[in-house]
Design a protein around this ligand. Sequence first.
Ligand SMILES: [Zn+2]
Length: 196
Amino acid sequence: MSDQQPEHIKFSAIPPEFYSDLTREPFDSCVNCGKNLLIPGTLYIIEKAIVQTQPHQTKNTIFEYAMCFDCWEETKKSLSAESLQNIQEYFAQRVDFKNRISDLKEEESMDKWLGSCIVKGKDRSELKEYQIACQCDGPYMAYHFLPYLISGEVMEELMELLSEQTLGEMDNFKKKLTAPDPDLEELFDKKKILMV
Ligand SMILES: [Zn+2]
């Protein structure tokens, strides 16, 4: 196959791991504009931040949201250009996405795609905190740059690359989210949100 051919991207039904913990069903609306996300042809991303106890790996979702591409693009404009560039460089220097996609392209197992931190390589079972993200089209999830998992350690490193302005924008965005578990509200309040 020549390199000139358009890349074939695999899709599947959205794995339950990316369902909303509030409803236990797929996300159906954009956190920002309320658009129905489950109509085929509607592109959006899902992010969830999870804390995990050790050694028993009990997981709790701290925050979660789905956002349509239009709002995503709009939100990105509110972040500083410097912050966005820093994030891009951080990943470009540490993650070989091309290799990862070619290794995993036939896989549908979330254990393979989300089994370890894409930057640090640490196994998910060892993490106390991590964030997962995926990209969807209506009721389907794409297997490409996403889905991926980043560990709490990476989230902290990324925070340090962000400007005050960007951190402020992320805090504003957080006001739109609900903590899925009322018992975790205190942790939710303390937690910085990171959109990547
Ligand atoms: Zn939207």
